[in-house]
Design a protein around this ligand. Structure first.
Ligand code: GAF
Length: 383
């Protein structure tokens, strides 16, 4: 089947570098439930989607590398010596960050050129950055036979995010993007990095993403702060991560914490339990129970963890009062991006029309809708 994204990226590479590249597709991800639990060694329930980043890569005939962001029509030439993070480097940091993290493993990366582009919006909470990182490490590994396993590659991507993009993220996004399976979501234990795939069939319902079109650009510091709170509370509890705590454990040290930190830690413990319960609900085909867990997750993200925003809350409040939507919540790191909704298939069109109208009235801007298919993880493609 023809894929215009991959064809465009391939053509752009050939036009610029007069060589045939290898082609990689690396998907974005959704997350059914289990938000901000990954860096607490907890459980998440993500899936790779059929939208993501396509990259064309080939070795360079010079000593320098050129990376070209097709969608932005922006290029960056760099040398492989002494790579350091760039101030306000944007997409460049993901590319050079991956290279530097491979080098830190004592592996030599020969010079290469890359053209990449995507069909997931940046800043929508669909992990375009993890998709880009994975496309680079996967492409380089294939091209130069670096001998990295997929498990090693996602750690390279995660370290690039930490050290070059400045976000101390967990492993969910890189894992889902690399290991996704068609039609499945993965119950991932972020401590052991073992995943159980679940075939997703929501019968009369389907997942609909609604993008607030609020970009979560400036959220790095807020994200890292929350991770710091979780680590501090874990120290008080003398445990490795909040995954090991119960609500009763937390209550015992409540007097040592601010109310705000207590609520944040409580959210993580409760969300971790919700992720496990969601899988039970799905196995038992109890979709309304699953939906209720999504609403509860949003409540926690909004009122305890404080990572939502008015636009996301507005969409979830609408969903709560709509008979055709049985569950909804904000998805990803927060501060903008998408909500994930369980919508009755027969009412999909009406629901979208209503949301478009009321969202525009409330915020004087448009929201966007994505009907995504669950798909395989990062892979080579041929055209
Ligand atoms: C972002 C991070 F990159 C993930 O690791 C995860 O923590 C998520 O926010 C929240 O669940 O996408």
């Amino acid at each position: 089947m023809k894929n215009p994204l991959i064809e465009n990226i391939s053509k752009a590479f050939i036009d610029t570098f007069k060589q045939d590249p290898i082609l990689v597709f690396s998907p974005g991800r959704i997350n059914v439930i289990g938000e901000h639990t990954d860096y607490n060694d907890g459980f998440v329930f993500p899936a790779a989607i059929d939208q993501g980043i396509a990259a064309a890569i080939q070795k360079s005939e010079t000593n320098t590398c050129i990376a070209h962001a097709y969608d932005l029509n922006d290029s960056y030439e760099f040398s492989l010596d002494n790579i350091t993070p760039l101030q306000n480097g944007g997409w460049r940091n993901y590319v050079i960050g991956v290279v530097a993290e491979i080098q830190k493993k004592g592996i030599t990366v020969p010079a290469f050129n890359i053209v990449f582009g995507g069909n997931i919006p940046e800043g929508a909470g669909l992990s375009s950055s993890a998709a880009l990182e994975n496309s680079v490490v996967f492409g380089l590994n294939e091209l130069f036979k670096l001998g990295l396993t997929k498990s090693e590659m996602i750690l390279v991507s995660q370290q690039a995010e930490h050290n070059f993009a400045g976000v101390r993220c967990g492993i969910m996004d890189q894992y889902a993007s690399m290991f996704g399976q068609k039609d499945h979501a993965l119950l991932l234990d972020c401590r052991t990095q073992e995943a159980t795939p679940f075939f997703i069939d929501l019968h009369d319902y389907q997942l609909l993403l609604v993008n607030t079109n609020v970009k979560h650009d400036l959220s790095e510091a807020a994200y890292n702060d929350r991770r710091q709170v979780c680590e501090t509370v874990s120290k008080h509890l003398k445990i490795d991560a909040l995954r090991d705590a119960t609500e009763a454990d937390l209550l015992k040290i409540k007097s040592k914490l601010t109310e705000d930190d207590y609520q944040k830690a409580l959210y993580v413990i409760q969300e971790n339990n919700r992720a496990l319960e969601a899988v039970d609900a799905m196995k038992a085909n109890e979709l309304e129970r699953l939906g209720a867990l999504l609403f509860a997750s949003h409540d926690g993200l909004q009122n305890q963890y404080h990572v939502s925003c008015p636009e996301l809350d507005f969409l979830v409040d609408f969903a709560k009062n709509n008979e055709n939507i049985i569950g909804a919540r904000m998805m990803g790191g927060g501060f903008g991006g998408c909500t994930i909704n369980m919508v009755k298939k027969s009412a999909l069109e009406t629901v979208q029309k209503t949301i478009s109208k009321i969202y525009k009235e409330a915020f004087n801007k448009d929201c966007s809708f994505y009907n995504v298919n669950l798909s395989e993880g990062t892979h080579l493609v041929q055209i």
